[in-house]
Design a protein around this ligand. Structure first.
Ligand code: PLP
Length: 346
């Protein structure tokens, strides 16, 4: 059985959180002399620590109750909070399936938590053998599943995710940073079925708001109570909250951009596959492709010199670049440039 109080760190269970000035007063204030703010200026007031307006907006767009939403300074903040809430440094462990998003490892290292990385199979997916021994790992508190996975682009097999959710007694985090580009249904619909499930999403990708640092965690109110206890009181700035509210209010812009990117994705795949240097374009449900090439590191360097920056992932998957879908013009430029790069003779 999953028992939340059993897996939260003892110091976090008994933590009394910082109570901010804006949290403490009840009623409707008109003169605020409680927070040592400067009474002059535009950004002079502390932001809403619970991001009430933004959560209501998100609740409507994502069709999930506001009380099941946590908002972080990017989903990277939520990832860090997960370690701090659930993992005793130097003792508890986390697990993920790789190659995957690098922040799980960095956050684990910062928090002095061992991150076990189980290799994905040759389709970059989970299978029977990769998940069979998980329940026997001692002090394992967190499992990170990135689906669609960065940098490979694919979603993981649903049945194996379900099996993990049903059998693992710790927290299962499904990172859906790229969910908006995928036709697969979101796991956030399942948070009340699986009390150990936390789903991460972000406004950094499909919503075009990477600069504003707005990430979300969807989970039961019981889990989110710990997030709210541990987070810095004013973790999402007012300009960032306002930018997110504005973006969520412009659904046409969001839809139009997704439509363009999906169309470009089909074109870019075709064009990439026709190139001599390209060995394989892996299937993707995200806004990027992992591309296997002859001499990927060399091509990466050459593209950099021309000013086209891709992500060299060759350390993770041999001879692979990760290429984001750009504007139609940018994608054309990329293809034309690649056409002109002489392949090093083999
Ligand atoms: C881009 C990305 C994020 C987003 O992080 P933010 O802090 O919200 O910008 C999270 N997870 C994965 C797998 C990503 O690729």
């Amino acid at each position: 059985m999953f028992d939340l109080n059993n897996i939260v760190r003892k110091n976090i269970l008994k933590l009394s959180p910082y109570s901010s000035a804006r949290d403490e007063f009840k009623g409707k204030g008109s003169i605020f002399l409680d927070a040592n703010e400067n009474p002059f200026g535009h950004l002079n007031r502390y932001p809403d620590p619970r991001q009430k307006v933004l959560k209501e907006k998100l609740s409507a767009v994502k069709n999930i109750p506001a009380e099941n939403i946590f908002i972080g300074n990017g989903s990277d903040e939520a990832i860090d909070l997960l370690f701090r809430i659930f993992c005793e440094p130097g003792k508890d462990k986390a697990l993920t399936f790789g190659p995957t998003y690098g922040m799980y490892q960095v956050s684990a290292d910062i928090n002095d938590v061992e991150l076990i990385q189980i290799p994905l199979n040759d389709q970059f997916d989970l299978d029977e053998s990769s998940i069979e021994n998980i329940s026997n790992i001692e002090n394992l508190k967190l499992i990170f599943l990135c689906s669609p996975n960065n940098p490979t682009g694919n979603c993981f097999n649903k049945n194996y995710i379900l099996k993990i959710l049903k059998t693992f007694k710790g927290i299962v985090v499904i990172d859906e940073a790229y969910a908006d580009f995928s036709d697969a249904s979101s796991w956030k619909e399942q948070i009340n079925t699986f009390p150990n499930l936390i789903v991460l999403q972000t406004m950094s990708k499909a919503w075009g708001l990477a600069a504003a640092r707005v990430g979300m965690a969807f989970a039961t109110t019981e889990i989110l109570a710990f997030f709210n206890k541990v987070k810095p009181p004013y973790n999402v700035s007012q300009p960032n909250q306002d930018a997110a509210i504005a973006a969520l209010s412009n659904f046409d812009f969001y839809n139009k951009n997704i439509r363009i990117l999906k169309k470009e994705k089909v074109l870019l795949k075709e064009k990439l596959e026709a190139l001599l240097q390209v060995i394989q374009v892996f299937p993707s449900e995200a806004n990027f492709f992992l591309v296997k090439m002859e001499d990927a590191p060399g091509i990466y360097q050459t593209l950099c010199q021309i000013g086209i920056i891709t992500r060299n992932r060759s350390q993770l998957v041999h001879n692979c670049l990760r290429v984001s879908i750009g504007t139609p013009e940018e994608n054309k430029e990329l293809i034309n440039t690649l056409k002109n790069i002489k392949t090093i003779s083999i």
